[in-house]
Design a protein around this ligand. Structure first.
Ligand SMILES: *Cc1c(COP(=O)(O)O)cnc(C)c1O
Length: 427
């Protein structure tokens, strides 16, 4: 299992000499603006171990290379349950929302935080992780790094475009973390982070990225796909998608041996990728606001990586795409609850609606829907659909109210720089 380490190259310069995982993680984005892609695919064979955590170590280590710290980082990061439930026969739900911030972002963020802290231990200058978040990434990354020395976190989120629960999570005071409300869209936040990397003024913060473009988040996400394919072999995997990080991890897991019969990208009204899969142009549009707001992405940041990994033809032939409206999302939550008693969040509902359409077409199961968030993160939508208000689990119920003093800034790199100068990051 532990063969030669995989190298990483920019999606824009595949012929340049590869760098190691650790360096690719610390750089985030490649110098030419491309995304790091692996130079090879490890063949991963799992032992008979029955615990998710053992399986995760087996899935993740071959992508990273031999490093005695890696196993330790993975085990301490992924220390929460990963249940697979079956609300109705042949339809499985992989619940990825039992981590501390209640979304699947905890898998990548917590593992990356631990890998990164180990990687900077011998580089004392310190690092600042810049995160553009449409809701769940920011809190997962901030939580992942909280209490870890030498790393600061700067969170940018679109003002007024995250749910009140998400905002409470983003605004919770954490040492070493600065949350900034941006008067713009999520795509603006993402653009500002990209621009900051290319801007010399930001160099002194030691900028690094933690968005789904970072290999430190991407690789750990292969673990639960491989696990689910082990527990429910030969299922059609349905991945609620926005920036396509989760889907890219599913493709990597599949390429390295996970037994999936099919792969489906389930999107909301931001339908650029499903349209591309059906023969349309590359996804590039203004993002639309929907009820499944963590997937409100007009320009999916991992698209370039997916295309570099698989090529257009293979992408189109190996992945099906669906676009689900808000009305159909509400109906999916309602129907799932009425028919099975299972309560799901709006992102998972988009996936369950894709299953319903596949069944209507006659596609055979089993289906495995990747459930990306806890329903209590979206109480209003869930209540509207089912009449029930989900009970907040402990990590949410104990969050402090938002800091009234959070900075808010225009959607420009200059404005971001001013805020960072004004508010000195403190530990
Ligand atoms: C981030 C997120 C998604 C989209 O995942 P991508 O990797 O960006 O495609 C879906 N659902 C939830 C709840 C999320 O937080």
């Amino acid at each position: 299992m532990r063969g030669l380490p995989i190298g990483w190259v920019s999606s824009r310069s595949p012929l340049e000499p590869p760098i190691g995982f650790r360096e690719a993680m610390l750089r985030g984005l490649a110098g030419d603006g491309g995304l790091y892609v692996p130079t090879g695919i490890p063949v991963i064979v799992h032992g008979d171990r029955s615990e998710f955590q053992d399986h995760a170590v087996e899935s993740i280590v071959p992508w990273i290379g031999m490093d005695h710290d890696t196993e330790d980082a993975v085990r301490s990061a992924l220390d929460f349950p990963v249940p697979i439930v079956e609300p109705r026969p042949g339809v499985f739900v992989l619940e990825l929302f039992h981590g501390p911030t209640l979304s699947f972002k905890d898998f990548g963020a917590r593992t990356m935080a631990r890998l990164m802290v180990r990687a900077v231990e011998d580089a004392p200058a310190g690092r600042t992780v810049f995160v553009a978040t449409s809701g769940d990434t920011g809190s997962a990354v901030a939580d992942g790094f909280s209490g870890m020395p030498g790393v600061h976190v700067v969170l940018l989120y679109p003002q007024g475009q995250v749910s009140p629960v998400q905002e409470r999570q983003l605004a919770a005071r954490r040492p070493g973390t600065l949350s900034i409300r941006v008067r713009g869209s999520f795509d603006d936040c993402q653009r500002m982070v990209k621009a900051a990397f290319a801007d010399g003024r930001f160099e002194r913060f030691g900028p690094t990225s933690a968005n789904s473009i970072n290999v430190g988040r991407l690789v750990p996400q292969t673990s639960y796909h491989a696990w689910a394919a082990h527990v429910v072999p030969e299922a059609v995997f349905v991945v609620p998608s926005g920036n396509l990080g989760n889907l890219t991890a599913a493709c990597m897991a599949r390429a390295s041996g996970a037994r999936m019969r099919g792969l489906v990208a389930a999107h909301n009204a931001n339908r650029g990728f499903p349209d591309f899969l059906a023969g349309g142009p590359r996804p590039e549009m203004e993002s639309l606001r929907t009820l499944s707001n963590a997937m409100d992405v007009g320009v999916p940041s991992n698209f370039e990586r997916l295309e570099a990994l698989l090529g257009t033809e293979t992408l189109r032939s190996s992945i099906r795409g669906f676009s689900v409206s808000d009305a159909a999302t509400i109906e999916s939550i309602r129907r799932t609850y009425e028919e099975t008693g299972y309560v799901c969040d709006p992102h998972t509902a988009v996936g369950l609606e894709a299953v319903r359409r596949l069944e209507t077409e006659g596609t055979a199961g089993p289906f495995l829907v990747v459930s990306t968030a806890h329903p209590a993160k979206f109480p209003d939508t869930v209540e509207q659909a089912t009449g029930l208000r989900p009970v907040e689990p402990a990590p949410l119920a104990t969050l402090p109210e938002p800091d009234a003093d959070l900075p808010s800034c225009r959607a420009t790199t200059d404005a971001l720089f001013e805020v960072l100068e004004e508010r000195r990051l403190s530990g």
